[in-house]
Design a protein around this ligand. Structure first.
Ligand code: WQD
Length: 335
């Protein structure tokens, strides 16, 4: 049974991916430093799958710990989620982001290549495209100057990985996520936003739950049908499943290049007002909102052309916006 390391495996997308890996029969070991996750997620994953993943509380900034890990475990593939991901925070603390997202990536890649671990799946982001000139966005759309240090770490990460695949036996797939939302159907795992949510769906859900007074819609003067910004919201379980097919592609040596890139989205754009309406329809809950000024750094519209992932990975998002939003609400009710 192939043993897969999932870094950041107790986090939002990581935990959903561990569940899908275990359901596929993989032997999973998680590294997490618990800086933005809870150890309780380990028992919740176990309660879903019936299998307790191995867990190592390691901070990937500790080079020696990373080295010792790869001596202790024989790993067949790595799915790398561990990183800081708050766009706003990255503007205030760029060095925290470059250390935590880039330095750690180099330590993981260094120990993988030193220990002949050849299969690497990277958590990238549609943020590398900035405001694309053409929609839907394909993988060969030009990447744009990053809007934030967070976005810069995703662009730099892809370059570091691609260069490493050229110089070593490493094979890699970077999955460029659009906007992950929703929670596992059991409502045992989901997004655990710390403090005031920065992302739309956690804020919508907390407003409906009465935790937040009112949702601020950041701008209604965009060049879109209803004036609010458009994104491609993908259910986190669909996103998790994309990691499994990408990993299988590498384990079976079916990749057509040493480093490949795939957009992982639904292919459908939804505006902020679309999301609010869909949430209210899916949950019968009212969302109290007001329109305010645009948020700095936001783009008008982004949604994926997913034909490459459909064709090459045989993967397609299956779950609808309404199903995803209903799962977010069910998760909130469980908290
Ligand atoms: C979505 C839309 C906001 C909050 C970022 C990163 C991406 C990924 C997800 C990490 C936008 C609007 C939001 C609110 C609002 N990062 N909004 N009121 O900015 O598309 O993507 O987060 O995983 O890499 O770039 O996601 O959820 O913050 O915003 O009106 O209170 O909702 O303006 O149009 P975003 P988001």
């Amino acid at each position: 049974m192939s043993k897969i390391l999932v870094t950041g495996g107790l986090g939002y997308i990581g935990s959903h991916t561990v569940v899908e890996l275990q359901d596929e029969g993989y032997d999973v070991v998680i590294i997490d430093n618990l800086s933005n996750s809870s150890i309780e997620v380990l028992s919740r994953i176990t309660s879903i799958t019936g299998v307790k993943p191995a867990f190592e509380q390691i901070d990937l900034k500790n080079k020696e710990d990373v080295k010792q890990f790869f001596k202790k475990y024989t790993i067949d593939g790595v799915i790398h989620f561990a990183a800081s991901k708050a766009v706003g925070e990255s503007v205030d603390e760029p060095l925290k982001y470059y250390e935590n997202n880039i330095t750690t990536l180099t330590y993981v890649l260094k120990e993988m290549t030193a220990n002949n671990v050849k299969n690497f799946i990277f958590s990238s982001s549609c943020t590398v495209y900035g405001q694309a000139d053409e929609l839907p966005i394909t993988e060969n759309a030009p990447t744009k100057p990053a809007e934030s240090p967070y976005g810069a770490t995703k662009k730099m990460g892809e370059i570091i990985i691609e260069d490493t695949t050229k110089a070593t036996d490493l094979n890699a797939i970077a999955l460029r996520y659009f906007n992950p939302i929703g929670a596992h159907e059991t409502a045992k795992i989901g997004e655990l936003p710390l403090g005031v949510p920065q992302n739309l769906i956690p804020y919508v859900v907390q407003t409906a739950a009465g935790i937040r007074e009112c949702l601020s819609v950041f701008g209604d003067d965009y060049d879109t049908p209803d004036g609010t910004a458009i994104r491609d919201y993908i259910h986190v379980v669909d996103l998790a499943k994309a990691h499994i097919v990408a990993l299988n592609r590498l384990l079976k040596n079916e990749n057509k290049a040493k480093c490949e890139f795939f957009n992982i989205g639904t292919g459908t754009g939804s505006s902020v007002l679309d999301v609010i309406n869909a949430f209210e329809k899916a949950t019968n809950k009212k969302v109290n909102y007001k329109t305010v000024d645009r948020r700095a750094g936001d783009i008008t519209s982004a949604f994926a052309d997913t034909s490459l992932a459909n064709k090459e990975l045989g993967w397609k998002a299956e779950l609808s916006l309404e199903v995803a939003l209903a799962s977010s609400w069910k998760w909130q009710e469980s908290l």
